[in-house]
Design a protein around this ligand. Structure first.
Ligand code: LLP
Length: 411
């Protein structure tokens, strides 16, 4: 069975770029995140090709996966980066990226974060409220007096068809500014002498398979840029969808690009894809600890939980779960649960799985985006190891946290 160009069964064993996953986790333990750098590069190139006709600049959304080896690999193939905190900017700079290739976004940037971004010379700041502009103008004066390039984030008042936690473009959302507010600002740019208003940004949500909301929002954005023709950059944010289920049909990036591209001709186009680059390049490996039958159900308790992968608990998200060793025979309807003391710690409900025994290992698929970056130490669980596979090599990229790490900052 083949999941994608990098993840498949070979001789009934699940592999990443032909490396046996069990061999890796025998060394690094479980739970463990594994990433294929080859798959990430492939996804990046696919998006770049899809949007080549508008020469889109791809800024990888670091919130999806901030692993330093991942950032380095994407930097090496020419990605820029979308950062939403001083910490993400720090990570990206440590990975060796050029500050000018960073877009700094976020609904509540602090003074310290803005000062840090300006001092380091980030390429763009996506601004989400008027108060922030005054602060940037002041900080730019304190730093080097150089104009700071800004994109104003439009709240297009359009609701995307996605999980409510992932919709950001409706008027009641905290994100962005309405068109009226943006017009007010663009009518008197001289009020902010150290700011160069150069673009409009929008991001109406994630997993945007249906393009109609995006097109409606883009039309609102274009109404602005038509009235202020000196605005020549459009940042469309992220949100390109990925398939989380076997055989789930999602629109290919080139189909999406075709529908957007003719509207974008003549603009400098920026995108902020996160999951479309990394989600299907990563998986979380867990080991079955116990099997119990209760109330007519079969529970498999594994050593990964909502602390390592919160998406099922937070969004009801679906991650396919497969055994590392392909086992023939009848399947059992299984509740795959973690050890955390929360009923929401259910990683997979009603999964048809081969009968699992303690010690068997499973992979939670499509976990390369918003997996490790959303992991916590809840229940004092050390965060898991991250290993990367690059061609024929693999290595530990971030070691598993220890108990001592849990106490590191306590005074
Ligand atoms: N740009 C902006 C302004 C964003 O807010 C986001 C995601 C992205 C880009 C990247 O979106 P992507 O291409 O990865 O869909 N934690 C979540 C979803 C929330 C994402 C927040 N913003 C999840 O686990 O699905």
């Amino acid at each position: 069975m083949v999941f994608n160009s990098s993840i498949r069964y070979l001789d009934k064993r699940l592999t990443v770029d032909e490396i046996d996953i069990e061999a890796i986790v025998n060394e690094v333990g479980t739970p463990a995140y594994l990433y294929s750098l080859a798959r990430m590069r492939r996804n990046f190139h696919r998006l770049r090709t899809a949007f080549a006709s508008v020469n889109a600049r791809l800024h990888f959304s670091v919130k999806a996966n901030g692993n330093l080896d991942v950032l380095r690999a994407l930097d090496a193939v020419g990605a820029g980066f979308d950062c939403v905190s001083g910490g993400e900017i720090y990570r990206v700079l440590e990975a060796g990226a050029v500050a000018d290739d960073i877009v700094f976004a976020g609904v509540g940037k602090t003074r310290a974060e803005l000062a840090y971004a300006i001092k380091n010379g980030v390429g763009w700041i996506n601004v989400e409220n008027v108060g922030e502009l005054a602060l940037i103008d002041q900080l730019a004066g304190d730093a080097n007096g150089k104009a700071v390039r800004v994109a104003l984030r439009l709240n297009p008042e359009v609701t995307a068809l996605t999980h409510p936690h992932m919709a950001t473009g409706h008027g009641a959302a905290k994100f962005g500014m309405t068109a009226d507010v943006i017009r007010d600002l663009l009518d008197r740019p001289e009020a902010y002498p150290r700011i160069r208003f150069a673009g409009i940004h929008m991001h109406i949500g994630s997993q945007l398979g249906d393009l109609s909301a995006t097109l409606a929002a883009l039309d609102k954005l274009l109404a602005l840029t038509t009235d202020y023709p000196w605005i020549n950059a459009i940042n469309l944010g992220g949100g390109l969808p990925v398939a989380y289920r076997f055989n789930e049909a999602i629109a290919a990036p080139d189909q999406l690009a075709v529908q957007l591209s003719h509207r974008l001709k003549g603009y400098d186009v920026l995108l902020e894809p996160g999951r479309a680059i990394v989600a299907d390049a990563g998986l979380l490996v867990a080991e079955a600890l116990y099997v119990k039958r209760q109330a007519g159900q079969t529970f498999v308790v594994v050593d990964a939980s909502m602390a390592e992968l919160i998406r099922p608990a937070l969004y009801g998200a679906h991650h396919e779960i497969v055994p590392l060793r392909q086992i023939e025979g009848d399947t059992v309807t299984t509740q795959v649960v973690g050890p955390v003391c929360e009923s929401a710690d259910l990683l997979g409900a009603d999964r048809e799985l081969p009968p699992l025994k303690p010690g068997d290992k499973v992979a939670l698929m499509t976990a390369g985006a918003y997996g490790m970056t959303m992991a916590s130490n809840y229940n004092a669980r050390p965060r898991p190891v991250e290993a990367v596979v690059d061609g024929e090599r693999w290595w530990v990229s971030r070691r598993r946290e220890t108990y001592a790490d849990l106490l590191r900052n306590e005074v």
